[in-house]
Design a protein around this ligand. Structure first.
Ligand code: TRP
Length: 335
């Protein structure tokens, strides 16, 4: 990632919180697209510090963090080509977050949709970390001079505040940070809940609302059988009036790499049973090889730990360069 050649390689950064079962929504909206950045330096972190904003069971959090690392790799991200690491293994994230907290306004943080949603959901624990969550996320991104941030549409506002903070900082101290762009793949940006298809599929919702990447075939079958549709019986893509059916069609067309028209045409004259069956087959077919690789990776804990250690060192090296520059610019004594 040295800036020595005229054609600088792009830096791609994204993160996922190890806060629940990784869902088909995470896979289709994020993970699956992470493998498509060639000729870029890509970093993908397990955002474990972010998960502390909501109370976690410590043993579960540890387990889910290792599991997420194995899922990243099982989904096709080569850990020698991509920096896959644990956010808390690189202290520079928390260090930059402190500095950037001092360049972020209470007003802009209080306007964040996710903060408002989560404060409602966890009314008994509206902690300061929940409030400054976007600042830690901005630090994640800015530490690596990131150009592109692939995220789901729900995270767009966080990338925007990151840009605002970076521009503000650069405005005072000169070009310290690269200004990142969000990258939101259109068709796959939002997979909806199976039981409430007007809401995003979320790993923090009840089990039957989502398909997990590691779900067994029989669970996938059962959950899709129970997925909410509607009563008009017609297979048609119309997210506004037919959110359930449209969500199933989206999953199917994306996984089969077809256009929506092709997918709808392939189901002409058939009923919702056939649609669900087609989705079930497509999902099981997509996830089976990932699960097989996952099982191999997670069985070799020492191997996985070695990968994470190596990659955290690479990330820390890169992050330190930006952090040192920031410390110097703001006037922290460097000796
Ligand atoms: N906040 C993101 C989410 O919940 C996860 C995340 C943390 C992230 N740090 C990031 C995403 C940096 C992109 C870039 O989905």
């Amino acid at each position: 990632m040295e800036n020595t050649t005229a054609e600088k390689r792009k830096v791609v950064f994204s993160g996922i919180q190890p806060s629940g079962n990784i869902t088909l929504g995470n896979y289709m909206g994020a993970l699956r697209n992470f493998t498509s950045f060639e000729n870029a330096d890509c970093l993908y972190c397990m955002a474990d510090l972010h998960t502390l904003t909501v109370r976690q069971n410590p043993a579960d959090l540890r387990k889910r963090t290792a599991s997420l690392a194995a899922i990243y790799i099982a989904c096709g991200l080569d850990p020698d080509e991509n920096i896959i690491y644990c956010q808390s293994h690189v202290p520079a994230h928390a260090e930059l977050a402190w500095v950037l907290n001092c360049y972020t306004y209470m007003g802009e943080l209080s306007r964040m949709t996710q903060f408002k949603d989560k404060s409602q959901k966890h009314a008994d624990n509206i902690n300061a970390g929940l409030f400054t969550y976007p600042v830690l996320m901005a630090s994640d991104i800015l530490l690596y001079q990131t150009n592109i941030v692939p995220v789901g549409v729900d995270q767009k506002q966080h990338v925007e505040i990151c840009r605002d903070i970076a521009q503000r900082f650069n405005g005072i101290y000169g070009d310290v940070f690269q200004i990142p762009e969000p990258y939101i793949p259109k068709a796959t940006a939002k997979i909806m809940s199976l039981t409430e298809p007007t809401k995003k599929m979320s790993k923090s919702d009840p089990e039957d609302t989502f398909i997990a990447v590691l779900d067994k075939p029989e669970d996938i079958r059962r959950k899709l059988k129970r997925a909410v549709t509607d009563s008009d019986g017609e297979i048609r893509f119309d997210p506004e009036n037919k959110p359930g059916v449209s969500n199933l069609l989206t999953i199917l067309s994306v996984l089969k790499k077809e256009t929506m028209e092709e997918t709808v045409a392939s189901l002409q004259g058939l009923g919702y049973g056939a649609l669900k069956e087609a989705v079930t087959e497509a999902v099981i077919g997509e996830l089976a090889p990932i699960q097989a690789r996952y099982n191999e990776i997670i069985a070799d804990k020492d191997g996985l730990n070695a990968i994470l250690k190596r990659n955290a060192e690479k990330a820390q090296y890169l992050a330190q360069k930006t952090l040192r520059k920031v410390y110097k610019k703001v006037g922290l004594y460097q000796g």
